[in-house]
Ligand binder design. Structure first.
Ligand code: FES
Length: 257
């Protein structure tokens, strides 16, 4: 059965969802290239990758259900158990762990009364939380990092992480530390399926800590080596010992600048 939330997010693989799955496949020269966003769309309506969703993707793409299941079980972003309204992922990879990620997980498990990959009980408010420790989010410059529905919460600690989940459960407006408002997990999954919610430009593209290296390079006049051309390659083949003078001396970073 298909139902629609006040936010407009539908639950259940109805005719519209099946049509949207077909639309995603049609975006690509080879339809099976659309499998990843199709699985995100399934998650946006089912709250997980269901057997029904796998079968629907397989039929539309003309591949086997086993092939779809192989993809859905390979990537951790696809969930085979129902995810709550807010997916809270705490990075416990090396840097975040030593900077306090492990302590954040411990505090949240105790505070929420759930373990890893578990969801708080549904109290009818539509604000359940799934907690999971995750691998590096490529945001190590802001460690320790927590993600809510794939939005970054930078430089967290046990106290701020506890306030975060309390605000989510209370229905308060929560924003990523980088600006964007936190939507529900299903809404975020629909965006990942390629259906724009018009909010992609909320918040900066990169924060100050991420840009330190770029600023330092500019201040010192450093730049990446020029890409080699096919004629350079031919010269190198003719001069394998590298005795030829480098015409770019002093202009790139290979000399230690
Ligand atoms: S180790 Fe946590 S973001 Fe890289």
């Amino acid at each position: 059965m298909t139902t629609t939330e006040p936010s407009g997010v539908r639950r259940g693989l109805d005719a519209q969802t099946l049509e949207e799955l077909r639309q995603i496949g049609a975006r690509y020269p080879q339809a099976r290239s659309g499998l990843l966003p199709m699985l995100h769309l399934v998650q946006s309506v089912e709250g997980q990758v269901t057997a029904e969703g796998i079968e629907a993707c397989a039929q539309i793409l003309g591949i086997s259900a086993a092939e779809v299941a192989g993809v859905a079980t390979f990537y951790t972003m696809y969930k085979r158990r129902p995810v709550g309204d807010y997916y809270v992922g705490v990075c416990t990879n090396t840097l975040c762990a030593v900077m306090g990620g492990d302590a954040i997980v411990e505090r949240l498990e105790e505070h929420l009364g759930i373990g890893n990959d578990e969801t708080t009980p549904d109290d009818g408010t539509g604000r359940t939380i799934t907690l999971e420790h995750v691998e590096c989010n490529a945001a190590c410059d802001y460690a320790p990092v927590v993600m809510v529905n794939w939005e970054f919460m930078d430089n967290m600690d046990p106290a701020s992480a506890t306030r975060l989940v309390d605000d989510l459960r209370a229905g308060a407006e929560v924003r990523s530390t980088r600006g964007p408002r936190i939507c529900t997990w299903r809404e975020a999954e629909r965006v990942l399926a390629g259906f724009n919610d018009g909010l992609a430009d909320e918040g900066p593209a990169a924060g100050p800590a991420t840009l330190v290296g770029l600023r330092t390079a500019r201040a010192n006049g450093w730049r990446a080596p020029e890409a080699s051309t096919s004629s350079d390659d031919a010269d190198n083949e003719a001069d394998p010992a590298g005795d030829k003078q480098d015409s770019n001396d002093g202009n790139d970073s290979r000399g230690g600048k």
